[in-house]
Design a protein around this ligand. Structure first.
Ligand code: NAP
Length: 317
């Protein structure tokens, strides 16, 4: 029977679906695999269902004298932790879970936009500290979102879902920066460069993939281009922002605030960020809803089923 490794505990429905078809081993740790575990897994299993943090880089493939594994069915749409070229050269297929994550991640982006622009974390800290003296007209004034402009870097599935929410839900104007123009059923202005977009918006949202191409896409120059009243939201990957430059921009008031779901050296969150009032910090919960994690898992299992049945892969990367 085909041997499959699930590299984290997964929702019951997903585990059961996997067990109906395959001989399944589920790793009990919630932490990413070590390099030694990944090297062993490639030699012991026919398929691995890896996820965020399982860093299948070229070194891991090179360290395996004989690879048994034929497919990495990633749990998640982002696959920047897998060196796809090295996996392909080693004869493995790689798949991901697009679509299943789109709405939930867009919702998280909106959560961060609201929490930062309306200073929700600051307000909650005030209440929890027992220091709230009562309502007054100038307390915790934030930025009203209606009529403002959102700028989206990376107008793909999630970027468009964020844009729809901003346009139809909040009456915001939409602008974007993407490699290719998009056909949209609502008005949206495309900018030719990220600094130009950054300078023209009230909220800048990041929804590009992680990886070498987008490393520090938001650097000191992009932050300098932003308005002092603007907010930055990142649900993409931590490496997309130069975190040191962001800390400097938040400290000096170069931008009004930020909302982050992901971090450059995740799960390390710099002390400097934790000490700042004008940043909202979430622990990478973009897709953290049971239904969504079930759909992601079932999509990964379907990729495995198709692969071993010799059918076309639903979600190759
Ligand atoms: P997608 O549909 O592939 O969209 C990515 C968009 O980014 C595309 O529009 C692409 O442009 C654009 N892009 C790629 N490289 C670029 C670059 N160098 N400069 C400018 N634009 C660039 O992917 P998705 O499903 O929306 O997911 C996006 C990312 O979100 C994932 O890769 C993942 O890292 C992250 N994510 C995070 C969470 C979380 O929990 N926080 C959850 C899910 C996903 P083109 O259209 O021109 O190709």
């Amino acid at each position: 029977m085909t041997k499959v490794l699930l590299t984290r505990p997964l929702p019951d429905r997903v585990r059961q679906a996997a067990q109906e078809r395959f001989e399944v081993t589920e790793r009990s740790s919630v932490l990413p695999m070590t390099q030694a575990e990944m090297i062993a897994a490639l030699q012991e299993y026919d398929a691995v269902l890896p996820t965020l943090g399982d860093c299948f880089d070229a070194e891991v493939f090179a360290a395996c004298p004989k690879i048994r594994c034929r497919i990495l069915a990633n749990f998640g749409v982002g696959f920047n932790h897998i060196d796809v070229a090295a996996a392909t050269a080693a004869g493995l297929a790689v798949t991901n879970t697009p679509g299943a994550v789109t709405d939930a991640t867009a919702d998280t982006a909106i959560t961060l936009m609201l929490m930062s622009a309306r200073r929700a974390s600051e307000g909650e800290r005030l209440v929890r500290a027992g220091q709230w003296a009562g309502w007054h007209p100038t307390q915790l004034l934030g930025m009203h979102l209606g009529g403002k402009t959102v700028g989206i870097a990376g107008m793909g599935r999630i970027g468009q879902a964020i844009a729809r929410r901003c346009h139809f839900g909040f009456g915001m104007k939409v602008a974007y920066f993407s490699r290719s123009p998009k056909e949209l059923d609502f008005a949206a202005e495309r900018f030719g460069s990220l600094p130009d977009l950054a300078g023209a918006v009230d909220v800048l949202m990041l929804a590009v993939p992680g990886g070498a191409d987008t490393q520090h896409l938001v650097d000191a120059d992009v932050l300098a281009a932003m308005r002092p009243s603007a907010y930055l939201v990142n649900i993409a990957r931590g490496n997309v922002i130069d975190e040191a430059a962001l800390i400097a921009a938040l400290r000096t008031g170069q931008i009004a605030g930020a909302g982050l779901d992901v971090y450059e050296f995740e799960p390390k969150v710099p002390q400097a960020l934790m000490e700042l009032e004008n940043v909202v910090l979430l622990p990478h919960i973009g897709t953290a809803a049971l239904e969504v994690r079930e759909e992601m898992g079932l999509m990964s299992i379907e990729n495995l089923r198709a692969f071993f049945a010799g059918d076309p892969l639903p979600n190759p990367v």
